[in-house]
Ligand binder design. Structure first.
Ligand code: FMN
Length: 209
């Protein structure tokens, strides 16, 4: 199957088969692929929560308009923004670059000043907004990886973020929920898998300049 066939195969799964679970190897691969998604500056100012606990998922489902994917999918992957983004994140990141690439920290001083200046120019809500955009890129990468691997997924933002934060105790972890994907295997009864894909014709969406 080429990539277009795979992307046509994928759809926002409404009904998962609750008896089918992804293996640890599959989940690890999906998370690794998601972690490889690009982010602004490379800072990755978000966390990926992998949620399996059944009791917690029942509560999350109630806070997500009772959408069945929350309890029937194999796993829930929730992207959460760091609410305490600060100069320390920049410093930790520069240390990681320095160690990974074996270059002196001092050689990164201009990058340091640039990132810190950028962060200082944002309000708290600007920061969450900016970080949220990074999580959507990661979500997209997760969805495409799922399609390539023949794994079903549903991107989801139909949930009460305040309730999710409360159920998962995210405030204490300096996190706030943004968007999620439920992942697993489609139920053979999910009628949505048989519907034709609805997309605008390319000439309506593409502007050549
Ligand atoms: C950010 C985002 C949030 C979404 N939230 C939900 C959701 O809460 N529940 C749901 O069933 N589908 C959700 N969807 C799925 C979309 O409805 C679906 O992707 C769209 O209708 C296109 O269909 P397709 O993905 O099957 O091609 C969401 C999609 C995106 C990208």
């Amino acid at each position: 199957m080429d990539i277009i066939e795979k992307l046509n195969w994928r759809y926002a799964t409404k009904q998962f088969d609750p008896t089918k679970k992804l293996s640890d190897d599959q989940v690890n691969k999906l998370i690794e692929a998601t972690n490889l998604s690009p982010s602004s500056f490379g800072l990755q100012p978000f966390s990926i929560l992998l949620i399996e606990n059944e009791e917690i998922r029942k509560k999350l489902k109630e806070a997500a308009w009772n959408q069945p994917q929350l309890t029937d999918a194999s796993h829930v992957v929730l992207f959460a923004a760091h609410t305490d983004l600060s100069n320390k994140d920049v410093e930790d990141f520069l240390k990681l670059i320095s160690e990974t690439r074996n270059i002196p920290l001092e050689s990164l001083s201009e990058y340091d000043a640039m990132m810190k200046g950028f962060i200082a120019g944002m309000s708290e809500s600007d920061k969450i907004n900016w970080i949220s955009k990074q999580t959507y890129i990661a979500l997209g990468q997760l969805l495409v990886t799922c399609a390539v691997e023949g794994i079903d997924a549903c991107p989801m933002e139909g949930f009460d973020k305040g309730q999710f934060d409360e159920i998962l105790g995210l405030k204490d972890k300096n996190l706030t929920s943004v968007v999620m994907a439920t992942i697993g295997y489609r139920s053979e009864n999910d009628k949505y898998q048989h519907l034709a894909k609805v997309r605008k014709p390319i000439d309506q969406i593409l502007v050549r300049i």
